[in-house]
Design a protein around this ligand. Sequence first.
Ligand code: SAH
Length: 210
Amino acid sequence: MKFEARKIRLIMQLRKQGITNTSVLSAIEKVPREKFIPKNFIDQAYENSALPIEEGQTISQPFIVAFMTQALTLERNSKVLEIGTGSGYQSAVLSQICRRIFTIERFKSLLKIAQSKFSISNIHNIVTKHGDGHLGWPEQAPFNRIIVTAASKSVPKNLFLQLSDNGIMIIPLEDEHKNQKIYFIKKINKKIYKEPLISVRFVPLVDGKN
Ligand code: SAH
């Protein structure tokens, strides 16, 4: 089966799994996932599963990418910050929906690969930064939307501060039993409103850059 046919099958699976937002589905349709994974896994590009990338990290499962993107309730004008660029796939999906995407990764090597994937995919509205995502991007704050794609024990303080009022953050949080859930966070009058969504398995959000 060619990539196109596999992609259509994946989109149908995502619909069945509750991804109904048409701009999210069309973003998934537009981004060539096969370009964002290591060559030896290309056959699995449109399987609904996470895959290993360089530096022992992972490219998230398409359903999780779609679910988190849908939960962000994006608008064309949303200014979005992503923590954990990894393969760059999630950023690429976001870049189809919003005009300005900012993404931070702690591995310089991964960032370089992701940047080359953006340019070969003709994506020019993603700005990248090498650093510790816990610190956010103060020069670019505030952000209307923040998406964290690595699991944290709590909501990083700086990220919450850099969220605009009525801003939304989607983040996997890990409890004391190492169970992880994606949370929907909203900032209302500087206060936090928090709601668990689904159980997940992400690599950890670690301190410092590499
Ligand atoms: N969004 C990615 C998922 C990558 S996995 C994708 O679509 O492929 C999570 C990524 O978070 C890894 O690349 C990891 O290196 C990065 N990461 C972990 N802790 C970090 C931190 N404190 N700051 C920035 N990036 C971090």
